[in-house]
Ligand binder design. Structure first.
Ligand SMILES: O=C(O)CC[C@@H](O)C(=O)O
Length: 319
């Protein structure tokens, strides 16, 4: 029987598919420092973003044949090394795109109407200073008619663009390898429309957009630092639901504190799972704890896709 450790959990539907295909699926979490010893008993492991599968762990587990990543980013896995050692790596690049796109807009709507601050202050000051707060949050703006700049126009960037078009926004896209020229969007009522994509160079997207949303993989060097903040329109908003490290957090605070940047929405942080406190308490930052893919729908799609990939992989190995 093939033994699989789902160390960061797996949706019940995915687990059921694997069990029906004859796999033993263990969903008990093994702490990172115990994995080198305990993972030796398994043929495969699935992870989300919490568990790291680095060289040393791969070396410690000669029996390991497959690493499954429930999600998009594989920066917590030494992919090249795994492949060199004959360990397959599979991820689920499409399953969470809609959920991440929707979280971008949760942050955008929050930022333009000061919800991050109102939600902190109303429980404390809402009864005694209602009219003061009403005044403090009186200068909201609409998203309709504004331009969103999308840096990274892969699956998640494109889902984000579709929501933006639905809201009557303009979209400016940048991608190192632009892959589509138009987007087909299914609206409610079964109406489908096709919209041509407007691309521009990265600096132009940054300079011309009212809001900027990042959809890039992890990079050693930030994609948005002091230089990029200086290029932005005064009063712009920034959302990062991609990876910690892609925005220079010192430069972000500087841009917020000097008034150039109106707000930021952050789902990801440099130092996960212990982000710096000055970001967490900032009145202009809307916060979520890396939950872009954490919806019931996305997790079910991820579980099913991952289970199917794993079942097919082991079928091929056996044939
Ligand atoms: O697994 C998670 O919780 C986050 C996943 C997300 O960052 C991804 O890369 O798909």
């Amino acid at each position: 029987m093939i033994k699989l450790l789902a160390n960061d959990g797996i949706d019940p539907v995915g687990k059921q598919l694997l069990e029906e295909a004859g796999f033993f699926v263990d969903t008990n979490h093994i702490p990172q420092d115990e994995l080198p010893e305990k993972l030796q008993n398994y043929d495969a492991i699935t992870v989300r973003s919490a568990t790291k599968v680095r060289k040393a762990l791969i070396d410690a587990c000669p029996n390991l044949k497959l690493i499954g990543r429930g999600g998009v980013g594989v920066d917590n896995i030494d992919v090249e090394y795994a492949l060199e050692r004959g360990v397959a790596v599979h991820n689920t690049p499409a399953a969470s795109s809609a959920s991440v796109g929707e979280l971008v807009f949760a942050h955008l709507f929050t930022g333009v109407r000061f919800l991050q601050d109102a939600n902190r202050k109303m429980p404390v000051e809402g009864a005694s200073k209602f009219n003061d707060l009403k005044k403090a949050y009186a200068k909201g703006i609409e998203l309709r008619g504004k331009t969103i700049g999308i840096l990274g126009f892969g699956r998640i960037g494109r889902e984000t663009a579709k929501i933006a078009y639905g809201l009557g926004m303009e979209v400016l896209a940048f991608d190192v390898y632009p892959s589509v020229t138009e987007l087909e969007i299914t609206l409610g009522g079964g109406v489908t429309v096709t919209i041509p994509v407007k691309y521009a160079e990265k600096d132009e997207v940054i300079a011309q957009s009212d809001f900027i949303s990042l959809h890039v993989p992890f990079s050693e060097e930030p994609v948005i630092g002091a230089r990029e903040f200086a290029l932005m329109k005064k009063g712009a908003g920034l959302v990062n639901c991609s990876r910690g490290g892609t925005v220079d957090e010192d430069a972000l605070l500087e841009a917020l504190n000097t008034g150039g940047l109106a707000f930021a929405g952050l789902d990801v942080f440099d130092n996960e799972p212990t982000p710096r406190t000055d970001l967490l308490v900032h009145p202009k930052i809307s916060l979520t704890p890396h939950i872009g893919a954490s919806t019931n729908e996305a997790q079910e799609r991820i579980g099913v896709e991952l289970a199917t990939l794993i079942i097919n992989h082991f079928k091929t190995l056996a044939s």
